[in-house]
Write a protein that binds this ligand. Structure first.
Ligand SMILES: [Mg+2]
Length: 334
Protein backbone atom coordinates (compact mmCIF):
# COMPACT_ATOMS: atom_id res chain seq x y z
CA UNK A 1 0.00 0.00 0.00
CA UNK A 2 2.84 2.38 0.81
CA UNK A 3 4.93 4.64 -1.40
CA UNK A 4 4.46 2.93 -4.71
CA UNK A 5 6.34 4.66 -7.52
CA UNK A 6 4.39 6.10 -10.43
CA UNK A 7 1.16 5.39 -8.60
CA UNK A 8 -0.84 7.82 -10.74
CA UNK A 9 0.16 6.52 -14.19
CA UNK A 10 -2.64 3.98 -14.38
CA UNK A 11 -5.52 6.46 -13.93
CA UNK A 12 -7.59 8.35 -16.51
CA UNK A 13 -9.10 10.87 -14.09
CA UNK A 14 -7.65 12.39 -10.91
CA UNK A 15 -9.75 14.21 -8.33
CA UNK A 16 -7.26 16.27 -6.37
CA UNK A 17 -7.79 17.94 -3.01
CA UNK A 18 -6.21 21.36 -2.37
CA UNK A 19 -5.24 21.97 1.27
CA UNK A 20 -2.59 19.49 2.34
CA UNK A 21 -2.15 18.14 -1.20
CA UNK A 22 -1.50 21.03 -3.60
CA UNK A 23 -1.13 23.78 -1.04
CA UNK A 24 0.37 23.85 2.45
CA UNK A 25 0.36 26.65 4.98
CA UNK A 26 3.23 28.35 3.14
CA UNK A 27 1.98 28.03 -0.42
CA UNK A 28 2.31 25.40 -3.16
CA UNK A 29 3.92 22.17 -1.90
CA UNK A 30 7.31 21.39 -3.49
CA UNK A 31 7.09 19.50 -6.77
CA UNK A 32 3.31 19.67 -7.08
CA UNK A 33 3.27 22.30 -9.82
CA UNK A 34 5.37 20.12 -12.15
CA UNK A 35 3.45 16.94 -11.26
CA UNK A 36 0.12 18.55 -12.16
CA UNK A 37 1.52 19.86 -15.44
CA UNK A 38 2.89 16.43 -16.29
CA UNK A 39 -0.45 14.75 -15.52
CA UNK A 40 -2.35 17.17 -17.79
CA UNK A 41 0.26 16.78 -20.56
CA UNK A 42 0.00 13.00 -20.41
CA UNK A 43 -3.72 13.21 -21.20
CA UNK A 44 -5.27 12.67 -17.79
CA UNK A 45 -8.29 14.70 -16.74
CA UNK A 46 -7.44 16.57 -13.54
CA UNK A 47 -10.30 17.88 -11.42
CA UNK A 48 -9.57 19.92 -8.32
CA UNK A 49 -12.18 18.90 -5.75
CA UNK A 50 -12.12 21.14 -2.71
CA UNK A 51 -14.13 21.64 0.44
CA UNK A 52 -14.39 25.41 0.64
CA UNK A 53 -17.25 27.89 0.82
CA UNK A 54 -15.73 29.70 -2.20
CA UNK A 55 -17.46 29.28 -5.56
CA UNK A 56 -15.42 27.55 -8.27
CA UNK A 57 -14.61 30.80 -10.13
CA UNK A 58 -13.16 32.44 -7.03
CA UNK A 59 -11.16 29.29 -6.28
CA UNK A 60 -9.72 29.24 -9.83
CA UNK A 61 -8.65 32.88 -9.44
CA UNK A 62 -6.92 32.12 -6.13
CA UNK A 63 -5.03 29.15 -7.64
CA UNK A 64 -3.94 31.25 -10.63
CA UNK A 65 -2.41 33.77 -8.24
CA UNK A 66 -0.26 30.89 -6.94
CA UNK A 67 0.76 29.83 -10.46
CA UNK A 68 -1.65 26.88 -10.79
CA UNK A 69 -3.56 27.45 -14.03
CA UNK A 70 -6.61 25.98 -15.73
CA UNK A 71 -5.79 23.75 -18.76
CA UNK A 72 -2.10 23.74 -17.73
CA UNK A 73 -2.29 22.18 -14.26
CA UNK A 74 -5.97 21.15 -14.08
CA UNK A 75 -9.12 21.06 -16.20
CA UNK A 76 -11.96 21.64 -13.77
CA UNK A 77 -12.53 22.94 -10.26
CA UNK A 78 -15.47 21.75 -8.20
CA UNK A 79 -15.88 23.33 -4.77
CA UNK A 80 -18.45 22.36 -2.18
CA UNK A 81 -19.37 26.08 -2.21
CA UNK A 82 -20.20 25.90 -5.94
CA UNK A 83 -22.42 22.85 -5.49
CA UNK A 84 -24.12 24.55 -2.52
CA UNK A 85 -24.55 27.78 -4.53
CA UNK A 86 -26.30 25.92 -7.36
CA UNK A 87 -28.65 24.14 -4.93
CA UNK A 88 -29.38 27.39 -3.09
CA UNK A 89 -29.99 29.27 -6.36
CA UNK A 90 -32.38 26.52 -7.48
CA UNK A 91 -34.25 26.78 -4.16
CA UNK A 92 -33.37 23.17 -3.41
CA UNK A 93 -32.42 23.42 0.27
CA UNK A 94 -34.61 21.04 2.27
CA UNK A 95 -34.31 19.97 5.90
CA UNK A 96 -36.17 17.15 7.64
CA UNK A 97 -37.44 19.62 10.23
CA UNK A 98 -38.09 22.46 7.69
CA UNK A 99 -38.88 21.10 4.24
CA UNK A 100 -39.39 24.55 2.68
CA UNK A 101 -37.19 27.07 4.51
CA UNK A 102 -37.24 30.72 3.38
CA UNK A 103 -35.14 32.75 5.81
CA UNK A 104 -31.53 32.22 6.89
CA UNK A 105 -28.93 33.74 9.14
CA UNK A 106 -25.13 33.46 8.98
CA UNK A 107 -22.83 32.05 11.64
CA UNK A 108 -19.17 33.11 11.37
CA UNK A 109 -17.71 35.47 8.79
CA UNK A 110 -20.70 37.28 7.23
CA UNK A 111 -20.20 36.21 3.62
CA UNK A 112 -23.43 35.70 1.72
CA UNK A 113 -22.31 35.24 -1.87
CA UNK A 114 -23.84 31.76 -2.07
CA UNK A 115 -27.29 33.34 -1.50
CA UNK A 116 -27.17 36.42 -3.77
CA UNK A 117 -28.92 34.79 -6.72
CA UNK A 118 -31.51 32.97 -4.64
CA UNK A 119 -34.89 33.72 -3.12
CA UNK A 120 -33.69 32.95 0.42
CA UNK A 121 -33.79 36.03 2.62
CA UNK A 122 -31.40 36.94 5.43
CA UNK A 123 -33.23 37.57 8.69
CA UNK A 124 -32.63 37.99 12.42
CA UNK A 125 -32.19 34.81 14.44
CA UNK A 126 -35.73 34.94 15.87
CA UNK A 127 -37.27 34.82 12.38
CA UNK A 128 -34.77 32.48 10.69
CA UNK A 129 -35.71 29.03 9.37
CA UNK A 130 -32.08 27.86 9.26
CA UNK A 131 -28.52 29.05 9.67
CA UNK A 132 -25.64 28.92 7.23
CA UNK A 133 -22.26 27.88 8.63
CA UNK A 134 -19.81 30.33 7.10
CA UNK A 135 -16.06 30.27 7.86
CA UNK A 136 -15.84 30.00 11.67
CA UNK A 137 -13.83 33.15 12.32
CA UNK A 138 -14.31 35.86 14.90
CA UNK A 139 -14.44 39.60 14.54
CA UNK A 140 -12.29 41.88 16.69
CA UNK A 141 -15.41 42.77 18.69
CA UNK A 142 -16.11 39.10 19.40
CA UNK A 143 -12.47 38.53 20.38
CA UNK A 144 -12.62 41.55 22.70
CA UNK A 145 -15.42 39.86 24.67
CA UNK A 146 -13.22 36.81 25.45
CA UNK A 147 -11.19 37.20 28.67
CA UNK A 148 -7.54 38.06 27.88
CA UNK A 149 -6.12 34.93 29.58
CA UNK A 150 -8.28 32.61 27.45
CA UNK A 151 -7.46 34.16 24.12
CA UNK A 152 -4.14 32.47 23.46
CA UNK A 153 -5.64 29.02 23.91
CA UNK A 154 -8.65 29.74 21.81
CA UNK A 155 -7.32 31.61 18.83
CA UNK A 156 -4.73 31.52 16.15
CA UNK A 157 -3.17 34.94 15.98
CA UNK A 158 -3.65 35.28 12.26
CA UNK A 159 -5.37 38.54 11.61
CA UNK A 160 -7.07 38.56 8.25
CA UNK A 161 -7.34 41.53 5.92
CA UNK A 162 -10.97 41.56 6.99
CA UNK A 163 -9.83 41.73 10.62
CA UNK A 164 -11.13 38.30 11.51
CA UNK A 165 -9.45 35.66 13.64
CA UNK A 166 -9.40 31.92 13.15
CA UNK A 167 -10.18 29.73 16.11
CA UNK A 168 -8.33 26.70 17.45
CA UNK A 169 -11.47 25.27 19.07
CA UNK A 170 -15.24 25.40 18.81
CA UNK A 171 -15.54 26.87 22.33
CA UNK A 172 -16.20 30.48 21.22
CA UNK A 173 -19.10 29.29 19.04
CA UNK A 174 -20.87 27.08 21.59
CA UNK A 175 -23.11 29.81 23.12
CA UNK A 176 -24.41 30.70 19.64
CA UNK A 177 -24.97 27.04 18.75
CA UNK A 178 -26.92 26.47 21.96
CA UNK A 179 -29.16 29.39 21.05
CA UNK A 180 -29.74 27.98 17.54
CA UNK A 181 -30.62 24.62 19.04
CA UNK A 182 -33.11 26.18 21.46
CA UNK A 183 -34.82 27.67 18.41
CA UNK A 184 -34.69 24.30 16.59
CA UNK A 185 -32.86 25.80 13.61
CA UNK A 186 -31.33 23.33 11.15
CA UNK A 187 -27.89 24.19 9.71
CA UNK A 188 -26.50 24.31 6.18
CA UNK A 189 -22.78 23.49 5.99
CA UNK A 190 -20.84 23.94 2.75
CA UNK A 191 -17.41 22.98 4.13
CA UNK A 192 -17.28 19.61 5.97
CA UNK A 193 -13.53 19.94 6.70
CA UNK A 194 -12.96 19.79 10.46
CA UNK A 195 -9.63 21.60 10.53
CA UNK A 196 -7.15 23.23 8.20
CA UNK A 197 -3.50 24.18 8.62
CA UNK A 198 -3.03 27.95 8.49
CA UNK A 199 0.12 29.96 8.97
CA UNK A 200 0.30 32.19 12.00
CA UNK A 201 2.00 35.46 11.17
CA UNK A 202 2.81 36.44 14.74
CA UNK A 203 4.58 33.24 15.79
CA UNK A 204 5.68 32.39 12.24
CA UNK A 205 4.39 28.85 12.65
CA UNK A 206 1.54 26.80 11.23
CA UNK A 207 -1.50 25.83 13.31
CA UNK A 208 -4.64 23.78 12.85
CA UNK A 209 -7.72 25.99 12.96
CA UNK A 210 -11.33 24.84 12.79
CA UNK A 211 -13.57 24.90 9.73
CA UNK A 212 -17.30 24.35 9.12
CA UNK A 213 -17.16 20.59 9.76
CA UNK A 214 -16.19 21.16 13.40
CA UNK A 215 -19.17 23.47 13.91
CA UNK A 216 -21.48 20.97 12.17
CA UNK A 217 -20.16 18.10 14.28
CA UNK A 218 -20.67 20.04 17.53
CA UNK A 219 -24.20 20.99 16.47
CA UNK A 220 -25.10 17.40 15.59
CA UNK A 221 -23.75 16.27 18.98
CA UNK A 222 -26.19 18.73 20.58
CA UNK A 223 -28.96 17.05 18.58
CA UNK A 224 -29.18 19.70 15.86
CA UNK A 225 -29.94 18.91 12.21
CA UNK A 226 -27.20 19.63 9.64
CA UNK A 227 -27.31 19.44 5.85
CA UNK A 228 -23.68 19.09 4.71
CA UNK A 229 -22.44 19.61 1.16
CA UNK A 230 -18.86 18.53 0.34
CA UNK A 231 -16.57 15.52 0.84
CA UNK A 232 -17.23 12.88 2.26
CA UNK A 233 -20.88 13.40 1.25
CA UNK A 234 -21.45 11.91 -2.18
CA UNK A 235 -23.41 14.76 -3.76
CA UNK A 236 -20.18 16.52 -4.86
CA UNK A 237 -18.93 13.28 -6.42
CA UNK A 238 -22.21 12.94 -8.35
CA UNK A 239 -21.65 16.51 -9.58
CA UNK A 240 -18.07 15.67 -10.68
CA UNK A 241 -19.15 12.46 -12.47
CA UNK A 242 -21.83 14.38 -14.41
CA UNK A 243 -19.25 17.03 -15.36
CA UNK A 244 -16.75 14.40 -16.55
CA UNK A 245 -19.40 12.79 -18.75
CA UNK A 246 -20.91 15.99 -20.17
CA UNK A 247 -17.81 18.14 -20.65
CA UNK A 248 -15.06 15.58 -21.22
CA UNK A 249 -16.91 12.65 -22.76
CA UNK A 250 -15.66 10.31 -20.02
CA UNK A 251 -17.42 6.96 -19.72
CA UNK A 252 -17.60 7.01 -15.94
CA UNK A 253 -18.51 3.32 -15.70
CA UNK A 254 -15.21 2.22 -17.27
CA UNK A 255 -12.92 5.14 -16.34
CA UNK A 256 -10.10 4.49 -13.89
CA UNK A 257 -10.43 7.31 -11.38
CA UNK A 258 -8.65 8.22 -8.15
CA UNK A 259 -9.10 10.79 -5.42
CA UNK A 260 -5.91 12.20 -3.89
CA UNK A 261 -6.38 13.72 -0.46
CA UNK A 262 -4.74 14.18 2.92
CA UNK A 263 -7.79 13.55 5.12
CA UNK A 264 -9.37 10.18 5.91
CA UNK A 265 -12.76 11.49 7.03
CA UNK A 266 -13.37 13.62 3.91
CA UNK A 267 -11.27 12.69 0.82
CA UNK A 268 -10.75 9.00 1.52
CA UNK A 269 -14.18 8.21 2.98
CA UNK A 270 -15.80 10.25 0.19
CA UNK A 271 -14.05 8.27 -2.55
CA UNK A 272 -14.92 4.94 -0.90
CA UNK A 273 -18.59 5.93 -0.48
CA UNK A 274 -18.97 7.36 -4.00
CA UNK A 275 -17.42 4.26 -5.63
CA UNK A 276 -19.96 2.10 -3.87
CA UNK A 277 -23.00 4.33 -4.34
CA UNK A 278 -22.46 5.11 -8.03
CA UNK A 279 -20.86 1.78 -9.02
CA UNK A 280 -17.73 3.47 -10.39
CA UNK A 281 -14.02 2.98 -9.76
CA UNK A 282 -12.55 5.79 -7.67
CA UNK A 283 -9.43 4.68 -5.79
CA UNK A 284 -8.78 6.49 -2.51
CA UNK A 285 -5.17 7.69 -2.33
CA UNK A 286 -3.87 9.26 0.86
CA UNK A 287 -0.98 11.72 0.72
CA UNK A 288 1.17 12.53 3.73
CA UNK A 289 1.73 16.24 3.12
CA UNK A 290 -1.30 17.29 5.15
CA UNK A 291 -3.30 16.44 8.26
CA UNK A 292 -2.63 12.67 8.30
CA UNK A 293 1.11 13.31 8.72
CA UNK A 294 0.24 14.87 12.08
CA UNK A 295 -0.19 11.49 13.81
CA UNK A 296 3.47 10.73 13.24
CA UNK A 297 4.57 14.20 14.27
CA UNK A 298 2.52 13.75 17.43
CA UNK A 299 4.17 10.40 18.19
CA UNK A 300 7.55 12.16 18.11
CA UNK A 301 6.29 15.01 20.29
CA UNK A 302 5.01 12.40 22.78
CA UNK A 303 8.53 11.18 23.43
CA UNK A 304 9.52 8.99 20.49
CA UNK A 305 12.77 10.05 18.84
CA UNK A 306 11.64 8.49 15.61
CA UNK A 307 8.36 7.41 14.19
CA UNK A 308 7.50 4.34 12.17
CA UNK A 309 5.22 6.01 9.65
CA UNK A 310 3.55 2.80 8.50
CA UNK A 311 2.85 1.70 12.06
CA UNK A 312 1.43 5.11 13.01
CA UNK A 313 -0.75 5.21 9.91
CA UNK A 314 -2.13 1.71 10.51
CA UNK A 315 -3.05 2.86 14.01
CA UNK A 316 -4.74 5.97 12.56
CA UNK A 317 -6.70 3.88 10.01
CA UNK A 318 -7.91 1.56 12.77
CA UNK A 319 -8.87 4.44 15.04
CA UNK A 320 -10.92 6.15 12.31
CA UNK A 321 -12.20 2.93 10.73
CA UNK A 322 -11.20 4.25 7.28
CA UNK A 323 -8.42 2.72 5.16
CA UNK A 324 -7.23 4.20 1.86
CA UNK A 325 -6.47 2.04 -1.19
CA UNK A 326 -2.99 3.54 -1.52
CA UNK A 327 -0.64 5.90 0.30
CA UNK A 328 1.83 8.28 -1.36
CA UNK A 329 4.33 10.52 0.40
CA UNK A 330 3.51 13.60 -1.69
CA UNK A 331 1.82 14.54 -4.95
CA UNK A 332 5.07 16.43 -5.60
CA UNK A 333 7.07 13.18 -5.70
CA UNK A 334 4.93 11.63 -8.42
MG1 LIG B 1 -7.09 18.57 2.52
Amino acid sequence: MFYEDKTLESYDVLLVDVYGVIKGADGIIAGVESTLKKLVQSGKIVVILSNTTQKSGAAIASYERLGIKQNVHFHEVVTSGQVAYELITAGEIHFRSRPAPRKFMVLGTPRKELFVDSSYVESPITEADFFYISTPQLSEDEVARIPQNERKELFGSKLFAENRYDSLSIAPFLPQLKRMHELNLPALNANPDLIVLESDRLTNSARYVIRGGSIAQAYEQMGGEVLSIGKPHTLVFRYVLDLLASRHGIDIKSARMATIGDTLGTDILGALQASKEFHVSIDAILTLTGVSAASCNQAIINGGSRCDVEEELQRLFEREGITPDKVIASLGFQ
